[in-house]
Design a protein around this ligand. Structure first.
Ligand code: GLC
Length: 424
């Protein structure tokens, strides 16, 4: 095991070998997979099937849960030209940042790429070249407890104002009944990429734009964005635990799935787990679009998702590409949608009867997925991570009550101008 892979193994504590053949002719491929919720297990099943079919061997390298930590690890490995990982699971916002280390898949994807959601294909392209294959799509969703809304006779919230009111009402009621750990609303507030996705939803829902617009103009310093941040910071310590300032997806799911919150913001993967056999909230959960920022605001879910890319430093790029095409193909996307509620990127699967039966929300929320708000990754190119980092750090300051929204946004505007200098 090389030094780099050994380091990854230490960081993540997990490297598994899968395969049926180790013949001299068979390639040994390694793939990085997320381990969020059931992701590792589901990735392993897919990889296993390919290994069996082709006689190759596959190692899975599990990665940190925080998107920001994962990117740092990838950048470290790739900057050193390490061939330890052949296939990378990459975030939809990293294609521009990592493309110089990736194999161009345009030729291989011909004939299949048009089957995928155009918004996600967009995130896979750099200068017209397809640098990764779409694997699954994410959009921020509102999870709510159907049973509690019924008990307290409250509708699913349409606006953030409604959400705040209902969260407070249910929290007070549950606490009076002795549930002292009960909260109104949990989400992702740690200073990392996940906070960027949450805060973009608040801001876009209030008509405050997307940090940087499609033309590359910095638009973040505006009153609607300030209003959105003010609303969110008002939740912390009232309907949202202060601990949210250190929550990623899994911490918020932990609270919600233990039955300790009425609302949660999360991605689709949380559905399969909430509905799992050992879940205390099985059959008590509903999913809806995230609330609007006031009556004239809009429902806004951030577009997320993951792609699979082949490293330029791979010694087995052909076999690695074959694995990518298999995992992103219809059979695997369907299995993942049914078993893990991972939203497909292949449009036809949204209407697949088996997918609709297993996880009806996937078909019901096609609108949310097609209209999801993209982060300004394509336009800011390899500066995106800097833009996002400045953004989530400033938002975190506001949520921790160390800065006023207006003050943080004008500082952010200045910092982003510095990152942009003469262009992205
Ligand atoms: C999910 C999304 C990804 C996003 C991340 C933030 O993994 O798929 O796009 O950046 O969450 O935590």
């Amino acid at each position: 095991m090389s030094r780099h892979l050994a380091r990854v193994a230490v960081v993540t504590g997990l490297v598994a070998s899968i395969g049926v053949s180790t013949g001299a002719w068979a390639a040994e491929i390694s793939i990085s997979c997320s381990a969020l919720g059931k992701e590792y297990e589901i990735c392993k099943q897919g990889v296993d099937a390919w290994a069996k079919k082709t006689g190759n061997t596959v190692k899975i390298v599990s990665t940190p849960n925080s998107a920001t930590e994962r990117l740092a690890l990838y950048q470290q490995l790739l900057a050193a030209g390490a061939g330890d990982i052949d296939v990378f699971q990459i975030d939809v916002v990293w294609t521009g940042t990592l493309s110089k280390h990736l194999v161009d898949l345009t030729g291989k994807a011909q004939g299949v790429i048009d089957q995928h959601l155009p918004t996600v294909i967009e995130t896979s392209r750099v200068d017209g070249k397809l640098m990764a294959m779409p694997w699954f799509a994410d959009a921020g969703l509102l999870y709510y407890r159907k049973d509690l809304l019924e008990t307290y006779k409250r509708p699913v919230p349409e606006t953030w104002g409604d959400l705040t009111e209902t969260a407070r009402l249910v929290q007070e009621g549950e606490r009076k009944a002795g549930r002292n750990d009960f909260w109104g609303y949990v989400w992702q507030g740690r200073a990392y990429e996940g906070l960027t996705t949450n805060a973009l939803e608040w801001i876009a829902s209030y008509g405050g734009g997307t940090i940087v617009d499609e033309k590359g103009e910095i638009t973040i310093d505006n009153p609607n964005a300030a209003q959105a941040l003010k609303t969110a910071s008002g939740w912390v310590g009232t309907v949202t635990p202060e601990g949210v300032l250190n929550y990623t997806e899994e911490e918020s799911r932990g609270v919600f799935q233990a039955g300790n919150a009425v609302f949660m913001r999360n991605w689709p993967y949380a559905w399969a787990l909430a509905q799992g056999g050992d879940s205390t909230i099985k059959d008590k959960v509903g999913i809806a679009p995230l609330p609007k920022g006031g009556a004239d605001g809009r429902h806004a879910g951030t577009l997320g998702g993951q792609l699979l890319a082949v490293s330029k430093y791979s010694k087995n790029a052909d076999a690695a590409t074959d694995l990518v095409m298999y995992l992103t193909g219809p059979e695997e996307q369907k299995r993942r949608a049914i078993e893990g509620s991972f939203n497909p990127t292949i449009i036809a699967l949204f209407k697949d009867p088996d997918v609709m039966k297993a996880n009806p929300f996937i078909g019901d929320l096609l609108d949310v997925f097609t209209n999801a708000i993209a982060r300004p990754a394509s336009v800011t190119r390899d500066n995106y991570n800097k833009v996002s980092t400045e953004f989530f750090n400033n938002v975190h300051e506001v949520l921790s009550k160390r800065a006023q929204p207006e003050q943080a946004l004008s500082r952010l505007d200045r910092d982003l101008k510095r990152v942009k200098r003469s262009g992205w």
